[in-house]
Design a protein around this ligand. Sequence first.
Ligand code: GRF
Length: 188
Amino acid sequence: MKKVKAAVFASGTGSNFQAIIEAESMACEIAVLVCDQPGATVIEKAEAYGVPVFSFRAKDFSSKEHYEQEIVSWLKKDGVEWIFLAGYMRICGPTLLRAFKERIVNIHPSLLPDFPGKDAIGQAFKAKADITGVTVHYIDEGIDTGPIIAQQEVPVMPGDSEETLKKRIQAVEHQLYPATINELILTK
Ligand code: GRF
């Protein structure tokens, strides 16, 4: 079966990027990594897996519209059909959203709508939540507000530190994201 082409957008360590690349029987090929932090660890990971990288600095462009136009033309030229955000620390603007309508998906480490935005794991921990989790959702112009596709609960255990909670949440992310991506591609 011919694999659909997808891009991963990430700004950080790239554990989710790695989980997607290493997952078995994926319906998509990761054709490019888009990264806005030229020194990020995820770039080394992409290079190790032979995935082409498009890295940029937002400050080298006059506007979000300008760098997003550049990204869109790269992705369209490559035949990319889906975008999976995995720790991409920028809000997607109308240029990207229009070019990939209902084809941009994000993973967030909480049960949305609880704890949107930065440091969702720290937010849940500080709020002494009993249960938090992971959400996969479509992107819109808000912060972690798009329609929810899949969620999985993660209990906060007595004696958890933020670090142990993070490890359990990430273990769930690494299973849930590739599985949800596959289901989306096969059903859309
Ligand atoms: C993940 O927790 C993801 O849910 C959030 O950013 C983090 C990225 O982690 N959006 P990594 O770079 O994939 O390890």
